[in-house]
Design a protein around this ligand. Structure first.
Ligand code: COA
Ligand code: AMP
Length: 633
């Protein structure tokens, strides 16, 4: 029996330098590394230290230099604007080098930050790669975030330039981005020197004199800019992700390790080669978009698809099948929630029959656990392997996967299969002791983490250590709980913090609580993630009002919902809240969110021994049942 996986995994853990060193030879380096893995400053590890490279060169110019300039690099497929556009590697190089020149004209140099707030259009990828070309550090912010969230990111990253577009399009609704951007800049202490705005025909942005420039004008005036050499350990990008407080964490990605790991993963994990069409139906604002819409497929010389549409509604539940067939997609990657949305509209998958999916080989799912029902439906409908894989913004690529290009394993429903090479996973109890196979605990990764993972948080080494490395010394804490079975399959069951996963979007309930608590009538509140058939989880808010507030409860609830939408964004999908007399707490004052969540989801729960007064749980049950959660009382 083949043991390719076991061999690769064993070497990656016991001899990481000889595992990753030869893999790195597949990339272009101006100067090779002094060390594959630099462990001289533990717990901070650096990959390929001493090496000099350029990620944009590797993702674009290298293919042109290798004679692949006429191959499609990007296919922009936008059902919301009725557009399909092909960009070859030659076209891509031209657009990116011009935009890099435009950024340089605005005074951007190596190490400067550029914030990108754009919808799913090719210019977003051009802007990211133009930053990489000149050594600037991009920070892409998801379009569904509100000005307040954008402002927090502007304040932390302090971008010299912000790149945006006049609007995004949500099915048929035009969302004007520029007023949101203007408000965010007003709210933030740090101000950009300039903004470059792509005017889309669906909305015209009003430009601020002296600060705002039209994308078209700056491109017309720009001269192409060449790739600059950067250190492998220099930052390529910052991507903010939800933490346990309202302050998001600025996950840093380096150039060298990221490039090596992602290029390798394209075949090792996803089974694709140069020239194949690879499609990640996500958004460039999320890590999946960074790694597998932009960098991974382009580093490998694949054709990637930028899809400005939704699984349903653009125009119907056959959108994914149409794109796969029309562009001859070999491997697709999306979130399970997208499949649940399709299944809800077309339960028997009858629309698939209208399309030729003969080139389609694999479906990969991530962002949340793939529930066995969705897995079975996708397998039966598509007749290809459906592969759940587990990862995080912090890790940049999969911690656990069925690595198609190494050795394909039998799928066990509910598991993302085994630890990928580079990942030494263990399950620990609260005291940091390994638990027996099959028992649930905190899933952790033994340090060092493989290349491509976060080396630190943006200008915050201390938070990096306290958030990830302090709970279990010598390990990275994933904040996911689960177990590993006898065959080494990992099962990821729940977060151990207050992060929830809404339609594959990672959100902090703590941040929502902060927004709600700011309402003048609210004394205290708790937000928890309750089960939802479509989105996996949705946030549910429980609020106690200040004494003496004598208003219509429905009005307060409406205002609170609006606050979360305005402060965090529509993507939070915060639409359900209720008012209670008091919240259940332990004697030390900790709100029992877990217990309330179990009641809402009709799950078993134990009344905690430390609870002050257990009649309070009856009140909670009654309130939840009035809004359709928990058992009817
Ligand atoms: N800009 C502005 N608003 C946005 C936005 C964006 N880029 N993305 C989402 N929104 C808005 C939506 O319009 C919606 O607003 P509404 O409350 O006014 O209707 C809200 O945010 C929630 O959006 P969404 O999460 O997309 O939910 P939905 O109900 O519109 O659609 C799905 C449900 C399942 C179809 C959708 O969530 C989906 O396609 N998910 C795929 C998830 C994914 O790609 N995850 C990335 C990780 S792999
Ligand atoms: P994000 O940083 O947005 O990618 O979210 C990461 C979190 O999403 C993880 O910590 C998990 O809680 C969850 N997640 C992602 N993929 C999976 C998966 N395949 N199975 C279970 N949980 C997942």
């Amino acid at each position: 029996m083949s043991n390719l996986y076991a061999k690769a995994h064993e070497q990656s853990i016991n001899d990481p330098e000889n595992f990753w060193g030869p893999i790195a030879e597949d990339c272009f380096w101006y100067k090779k590394w002094d060390k594959v893995l630099d462990s001289s400053n533990k717990p901070f590890y650096r990959w390929f230290s001493g090496a000099r490279t350029n990620t944009c060169y590797n993702a674009v110019d290298l293919h042109v230099d290798n004679g692949l300039g006429d191959q499609n690099a990007i296919i922009y497929d936008s059902p919301v604007t009725n557009t399909i556009k092909h960009y070859t590697y030659n076209d891509l190089k031209k657009q990116i080098s011009l935009f890099a020149g435009a950024l340089a004209d605005k005074g951007v140099t190596k190490g400067d930050r550029i914030l990108i707030y754009m919808p799913m259009i090719p210019e977003a990828a051009f802007a990211m790669l133009a930053c990489a070309r000149i050594g600037a550090v991009h920070s892409v912010v998801f379009g569904g975030f509100a000005p307040n969230e954008l402002a927090t990111r502007i304040n932390d990253a302090k971008p010299k330039v912000i790149v945006s577009a006049s609007c995004g399009i949500e099915i048929t609704r035009v969302i004007e981005y520029k007023p949101l951007l203007d408000e965010a800049i007003d709210l933030s202490k740090s101000k950009p020197n300039s903004c470059i705005i792509l005017q889309r025909p669906q909305a015209k942005a009003i430009m601020a004199d002296g600060r705002d420039f039209d994308w078209k004008d700056v491109m017309d005036q720009a001269k192409p800019h060449d790739c600059v050499q950067v250190a492998a350990t220099d930052p390529l990008y910052i991507l903010y992700t939800s933490g346990t407080t309202g302050e998001p964490k600025g996950v840093v990605r380096d150039n060298g390790g990221h490039m090596v790991a992602l290029k390798w993963s394209m075949n090792a994990i996803y089974g694709v080669n140069q020239g194949d069409v690879y499609w990640a139906a996500s958004d460039i604002g999320w890590v999946v978009g960074h790694s597998y819409i932009v960098y991974g497929p382009l580093l490998k010389g694949c054709t990637t698809i930028i899809f400005e549409g939704k699984p349903v509604g653009t125009p119907d539940a056959s959108a994914f099948w149409r794109v796969i067939a029309q562009h001859k997609v070999k491997t697709m990657f999306t979130a399970p929630t997208a499949f649940r949305a399709i299944k809800r509209e077309d339960p028997t998958a009858k629309l698939i029959k209208n399309f030729d999916l003969s080139e389609f080989k694999y479906l990969f799912l991530a962002g949340e656990r793939t529930d066995p029902d969705t897995l079975a439906w996708a397998e039966n409908s598509l007749k290809v392997p459906v592969i759940d894989h587990w990862w995080q913004t912090e890790t940049g690529w999969a911690i656990a996967a069925n690595c198609i290009g190494i050795q394909q394993f039998k799928v066990k429903p509910g598991s993302p299969t085994k630890a990928a090479p580079g990942w030494n996973m263990e399950v620990l109890d609260t005291a940091g002791k390994p638990v027996p196979r099959g028992e649930i605990g905190a899933i952790v990764a033994k340090l060092p983490l493989p290349p491509g993972t976060l080396p630190t948080l943006w200008q915050n080494d201390e938070r990096y250590k306290s958030a990830y490395l302090s709970a279990f010394p010598g390990y990275y804490e994933t904040s996911d709980a689960g177990y590993i079975d006898e065959d080494g399959y990992i099962y990821v069951m729940a977060r151990t913090d207050d992060i929830i996963n809404v339609a594959g979007h990672r959100l902090s309930t703590g941040a929502m609580e902060e927004a709600i608590a700011g309402h003048p009538d609210v004394a205290e509140c708790a937000v928890m993630g309750v089960e939802d058939q479509l989105k996996g989880q949705i946030p549910l808010g429980m609020m106690v009002l200040n004494a003496g507030v004598d208003r219509d409860e429905a009005d307060v609830i409406k205002e609170v919902i609006q606050r979360v939408r305005e402060q965090i964004g529509p993507v939070a999908a915060f639409k359900t809240a209720t008012i209670v007399k008091r919240l259940p707490k332990t004697r030390s004052g900790k709100i029992l969110r877990g217990t309330m969540r179990s009641i809402a989801d009709q799950k078993e729960y134990k009344v905690p021994a430390t609870i002050d007064d257990d009649t309070i749980l009856d009140e909670i049950k009654t309130s939840l049942s009035k809004i359709g959660y928990g058992k009817k009382t």
